[in-house]
Write a new protein. Sequence first.
Length: 138
Amino acid sequence: MASAAFEDIADTFDFLDDWEDRYRHVIDMGKAMEPLPESQRVPATKVEGCASQVWLVPAVEDGRVSFRGDSDAMIVRGLIAVLIALYDGLTFDEALAVDAPAELGRLGLNEHLSAQRSNGLRAMVQRVRDIAAAAQDA
């Protein structure tokens, strides 16, 4: 299950033949995101397990999860934008039901990210799942 925003990304990736074009698109998505203020770049929002500095700030409202994020690496900012498109606005149950590896696999990310970036992406997905699970239990 993927959001319309994520489906738009998947469609764009289908249109772009070359991985370099896809990579640039991910970076452009990251550049388009509003940076987090320094006040939100705190240990509580930092994602451990990423080679780069990564922060995810959740917002739980009306039974839905959303988040903002930032990183010191442009490609990682783009990956955060992809995750926002995948999860933003889903109910807690929907967020927990997302098969992130399969959805992200549709973009070919698994084959083109370094092992460190892949581990970081998994850590970000786990953080989003943890946020949804904690909100669901609250």
